[in-house]
Design a protein around this ligand. Structure first.
Ligand code: NAD
Ligand code: DAU
Length: 336
């Protein structure tokens, strides 16, 4: 089978390609990635020796490039996106271009080439925000209410993907997943930013009051969820994917990281200016994927964070330049 992965040089795409090549060694995997600030071709360098993997540098907003790479493809997994909420507040246009127009080009080419499955990677952020202390969770039936230009662009792409099923019968599936963490995550994101700050002797920046809740999932569990949907999921369906059973807020996550890294709370936390439009709470009901497809997360949060801290400790050459770039971005936006 020929599998086209878009955005495979980014965080989740990289982890997914490692997972897929390990568990489906006979497939040919084509990784189509623009290599933005968030993409790193070297993540998958060791696979480049294999005849079952190939890297193509290209932009999903370029229709001709997308048409070329889609030839004879059986399966598409679309990770390519601008993914950082803070950057979408500063520069929304590229979010619309990549997340909406890029997805549109892929859908058109997939339809033209009669691919067997188009799987779109989406986010729980399309559902907006839940109130703190409530027991409510996002599910496949929750109304879309995106808050940021990032989540609005992801919501638009989800609607477009489902419209290609309804209107043209393109066999699509979508996963709406919660916050991932693990190896190869760009150090602009909360968990790797905390770890790399502490490794550099700097404090953890906490936005606002720190009482914001995310539903954390290890990236390998996300890869397994996508695999389950590709193999057993029903075309035209969306599946919510999440990791936690109880709420954990950002301050509590920060304290877990501090404990793992042997530092005390008081000296290493710094409250900074809040994110505009900051969603208060995410929580995901993942009963559908669990009951229909038999998926559930395997990592427990403490073990997953310990493994992640260890990875960043051992891979400073991977993150040091990326961190400088990320911190330059935060300096420019006055978000130290
Ligand atoms: P990332 O920012 O780490 O990687 C994105 C990748 O897409 C990069 O390699 C980049 O070069 C590539 N890319 C960007 N624009 C492109 C374009 N126009 N053409 C081709 N390639 C392009 O993102 P991530 O965290 O790995 O997220 C991957 C997907 O998963 C995204 O669609 C995101 O919305 C979704 N998602 C992320 C999370 C999370 O916690 N990180 C959670 C749920 C869903
Ligand atoms: O929910 C899924 C989404 O998770 C994905 O769709 C996005 O692509 C991904 O970036 C992530 O979005 P968040 O905005 O939730 O992730 P981020 O790591 O930027 O922030 C997590 C929480 O931590 C959020 O409440 C903001 C807060 N935060 C973040 C940073 C970078 C801080 O308090 N300090 C920080 O320095």
């Amino acid at each position: 089978m020929k599998v086209l992965i878009t955005g495979g040089a980014g965080f989740i795409g990289t982890n997914f390609i490692f997972y897929w090549c390990k568990h489906h060694p006979r497939d040919l995997v084509v990784n189509f990635d623009k290599l933005t600030y968030a993409g790193d071709r070297n993540n998958l360098k060791k696979l480049e020796k294999s005849s079952r993997y190939c890297f193509v540098c290209g932009d999903t907003t370029n229709k001709q490039a997308v048409d070329r790479v889609m030839k004879k493809v059986d399966l598409v997994v679309n990770f390519a996106a601008e993914s950082h909420v803070d950057r979408s507040i500063n520069n929304p246009q590229v979010f619309l271009e990549t997340n909406v127009l890029g997805t549109f080009n892929l859908l058109e080419a997939a339809l033209e080439n009669k691919v067997n499955r188009f799987h779109h990677i989406s986010t729980d952020e399309v559902y907006g925000s839940l109130s703190l202390g409530s027991k409510n969770k996002f599910s496949e039936k929750t109304k879309y209410e995106p808050s940021s230009p990032y989540s609005a662009s992801k919501a638009a792409s989800d609607h477009l993907v489902l419209s290609y099923w309804q209107t043209f019968g393109l066999p699509v599936t979508i996963t709406n997943c919660s916050n991932n963490y693990g190896p190869y995550q760009y150090p602009e994101k909360f968990i790797p930013r905390m770890i790399t700050n502490l490794l550099e002797g700097k404090k953890i920046p906490i936005y606002g009051d720190g009482k914001y809740v995310r539903d954390w999932l290890h990236v390998e569990d996300h890869a397994r969820a996508i695999e389950a949907v590709l193999i057993k999921g029903r075309p035209g369906e969306t599946y919510c994917v999440g990791g936690l059973k109880k709420d954990i807020n950002n301050l509590e996550i920060a304290k877990m990281i501090l404990k793992i890294m042997g530092k005390n709370d008081k000296d290493w936390l710094e409250f900074v200016v809040d994110r505009a439009g900051h969603d208060r709470r995410y929580a995901v009901d993942w009963n559908k994927i669990s009951q229909e497809l038999g998926w559930k997360p395997r990592y427990n949060l403490t073990m997953g964070l310990e493994q992640t801290v260890e990875w960043y400790r051992n891979n400073s050459s991977w993150w040091q330049n990326k961190k400088q770039e990320a911190e330059r971005f935060y300096q420019q936006t006055n978000k130290k």
